[in-house]
Design a protein around this ligand. Structure first.
Ligand code: BTN
Length: 233
């Protein structure tokens, strides 16, 4: 693990130093000045959380790198806050109930994937309100405080533990990731990349990680990117 007090973005650093980083090694910063999120969003990066990026050398089906990091993150969360209902919200988020706790940002460079992980660890309810969407931290869920660097080291360990599955049994990794997608079967709104909103039932994920949404007319459509919105009753 390489640790920095401050970086603009751990993803930017990992991308630039891709060749020097080991498979599964984390680049970690205590704070980021230009943290990046999906769809060109900013990632608010105050101290106290985990900001980490890792390199995963995978050329075929790069989405497996996201599956590996998501499953590893859930493994870590089950140790940090046992019994709390964290799950994967397709494609790249970890939620607890209706609130986002972590986001993953993947960038493929032809030789492999850089997966950035932002985990809300110690943010208070007041800080979480400034995020601009319903958000939770491990602290807000469990009531416990955590050491961000220790958690980053444990995250690296969890990622390195899962990588053999990616290499040797990708189907087993996919199955674990699929099972962690707790919104499968639920009625949701899907925001397409052009902003169109489609309502339907999240039927399943395809073998390539695509979302399969069934609209009320019975038609099932595949989506590779976009955002799911949990519908309130
Ligand atoms: C998202 O949900 O939009 C993805 C957020 C990813 C944020 C992490 S923080 C560490 C890494 N460095 C970045 O600049 N972004 C990712």
């Amino acid at each position: 693990m390489i640790f920095f007090d401050t970086l603009d973005s751990t993803n930017r650093y990992a991308k630039e130093h891709f060749g020097e980083l080991e498979d599964g090694e984390l680049v970690v910063a205590a704070t980021q000045t230009a943290g990046r999120g999906r769809l060109n969003r900013k990632w608010f990066s105050p101290r106290g959380n985990v900001y980490a990026s890792c390199v995963i050398r995978v050329k075929e089906r790069p989405f497996a790198g996201i599956e590996a990091c998501s499953v590893a993150l859930l493994d870590l969360l089950s140790e940090l806050a046992p019994g709390s209902p964290f799950y994967v919200k397709w494609p790249n988020d970890v939620f607890c109930e209706n609130a986002k706790t972590a986001g993953l940002l993947s960038e493929f460079n032809g030789d492999g994937l850089i997966v950035g992980i932002g985990l809300n660890l110690n943010m208070s309810e007041a800080d979480l309100l400034s995020v601009g969407q319903e958000a939770a931290s491990v602290f807000s869920v469990s009531g416990r405080r955590y050491d961000p660097m220790e958690c980053a080291a444990r995250l690296e360990h969890a990622i390195r533990r899962i990588l053999p599955l990616l290499r040797n049994d990708p189907q087993a990794l996919f199955d674990r990731w699929r099972r962690a997608n707790a919104l499968i079967g639920k009625e949701l709104e899907f925001v397409c990349s052009d902003g169109t909103i489609v309502r339907g039932v999240f039927r399943d994920v395809g073998a390539d990680g695509a979302l399969l949404l069934q609209t009320p007319d019975g038609v099932v459509t595949r989506y590779d990117c976009g955002d799911l919105r949990i519908r309130r009753k």
